[in-house]
Design a protein around this ligand. Structure first.
Ligand SMILES: [Zn+2]
Length: 490
């Protein structure tokens, strides 16, 4: 691909090693790409955006605006308005690179944008940066069209970087048409470890996240991880967006050996708050096996207060009636599993905004395994709560509790199973998909398919509410404005 072809405008910048440590410092974005610097070639270029090489300059001059009736100013304004996110992305990539690099953003006459990156600014007089080992990277604007759930209203959306806009973008790629959800959500998953107790493994983590994305999951919440995740978690092109609570927090003597933290009871609220301050969530295991002590409500209440004081949220694991009561009493943010919960507490949960993540498919599968052994089925504490769990889940939806879909087990990428389990329990397909999409996104802080929302979408050929099988075969999965193609984003 040749950047000379029908070039309309060009932003040219360089990033040196000083910028590599800018994680929380100076941000380079559209606002800082001063028009006079970026508008090539007639305008003067400053220090931050050194002069373009001569050959490129003449190519730009030759083709500039030749295929457009728009004024240079309007083209450039549109570019800056729409491509700010791209510019940030590209600069971010260069910062991540060991070598200093330079970036040129090129818009062709058809409206397509390219980022041309290379090992450094070409010296004046250099004829063609591409000849020096530069490469051009397509920055196509994605477009989706169809009926947006939950409303079913028609939409026509363009990914302006990582934001949806309904402002048409010339030359955008219509990647899919159909029924569109704002991405699926797995609100309870623990990627990155082969078995309970095993350490976090970066290779497994990457594969697990890729499996989530391939299944249409563009956002996960990990209420507990085997370790602190690497920087790319929730950010790289093959990862859904991700929220997490770091390693679990449990009472002493409880939970899986090798996983989580077990602070002294008096320290537990502070440990939860420290985690939530770092990542937004903390996860506390408040009950474990049938004979284990349930966390005292005073301790959990203190943890909730400390976590809320730092602006975080608290999720708790409970699989016993007594634990469920303590969780509701303490006013936690989300009750995970909630097996054995007294259904009479559901109206209070709804009123207090306590979400329930039933992890129904996982619990149903465990129950099936236990029931396969009659002696075990007769004696297991697990059976009564698990047997009632589908009814409890349907009643929670009925009572107006925010129900979130979560899979909680390997293999990853099985959110469709959870949706089916919810439907099998008597939840309507609309509500079941809501639990795995727009309701969960909203609960986790992301808006749906609307102007300015983060550019995630999953497109199906038909309405998944009337044909659940659609969930198994998304036509397109888009995360952060990029099309996921199974391996790498296009
Ligand atoms: Zn879990």
């Amino acid at each position: 691909m040749r950047y000379e072809n029908g070039v309309l405008g060009l932003a040219h910048g360089s990033v040196d090693r000083r910028d590599e440590r800018l994680g929380g410092g100076r941000r380079i974005g559209a606002g800082q790409i001063d028009r006079s610097h970026a508008m090539a070639p007639a305008l003067q270029l400053g220090n931050q955006f050194p002069p373009m090489p001569g050959g490129m300059k003449s190519a730009v001059q030759q083709h500039e605006f030749g295929h457009s009736t728009a004024s240079p100013e309007s083209v450039y304004e549109a570019f800056i308005r729409r491509r700010g996110e791209y510019i940030r992305t590209i600069f971010g990539r260069c910062r991540a690179n060991i070598r200093a690099c330079a970036i040129r953003i090129v818009i062709t006459a058809s409206g397509k944008a390219f980022a041309v990156t290379g090992p450094g600014p070409a010296p004046p007089g250099e004829r063609d940066p591409v000849d020096r080992g530069w490469h051009a990277e397509p920055m196509a604007v994605l477009r989706v069209r169809g009926f947006a759930l939950p409303s079913g209203e028609p939409v026509d959306l363009y990914a302006d970087g990582d934001r949806w806009t309904s402002d048409p973008v010339a030359g955008a790629d219509l990647v899919a048409e159909g029924w569109i959800v704002p991405g699926l959500v797995d609100a309870h998953t623990h990627p990155g470890a082969s078995d309970p107790g095993r350490p976090l493994d970066a290779g497994i983590l990457r594969e697990d996240l890729r499996a989530h994305l391939a299944s249409g999951v563009t956002l996960i919440r990990a209420p507990g991880l085997a370790g602190d995740p690497p920087d790319w978690f929730g950010r790289s092109d093959d990862s859904p967006r991700a929220l997490h609570a770091g390693p679990w927090i449990a009472q002493q003597g409880q939970f899986f050996d090798g996983w989580g933290r077990r602070p002294a009871t008096a320290d537990l609220p502070a440990v939860a708050a420290e985690q939530a301050a770092r990542t937004g969530w903390a996860k506390v295991v408040i009950d474990w096996l049938a004979d284990d002590d349930v966390m005292p409500v005073a301790v959990l209440r203190a943890a909730v207060a400390r976590v809320h004081a730092v602006g975080g949220r608290l999720a708790v694991h409970s699989q016993h009636a007594a634990g469920g009561r303590v969780a509701v009493e303490a006013g936690v943010d989300s009750l995970e599993h909630g097996m054995g919960l007294d259904p009479e507490l559901l109206p209070r949960m709804a009123a207090r905004g306590i979400a329930l993540t039933p992890t129904l498919s996982g619990i149903t599968e465990s129950l099936r395994r236990i029931n396969a052994d009659p002696e075990r089925a007769r004696t297991s504490w697990y059976v009564p709560g698990a047997s009632a769990h589908g009814r409890l889940t349907a009643a929670a939806v009925e009572a107006g509790v925010t129900v979130l879909a979560g899979t909680d087990s390997r293999p990853h990428g099985q959110i469709t199973r959870e949706v089916r389990a919810l439907v099998a329990a008597g939840v309507s397909p609309h509500e079941a998909i809501a639990a795995a999409s727009w309701t969960a996104r909203s609960y986790l802080g992301l808006p749906g398919l609307q102007e300015g929302a983060p550019a995630d979408a999953v497109v199906f050929d038909a309405d998944p509410r009337t044909d659940l099988g659609q969930l198994d075969k998304p036509r397109a999965v888009i995360v952060r404005g990029k099309l996921f193609t199974g391996g790498r984003p296009a």
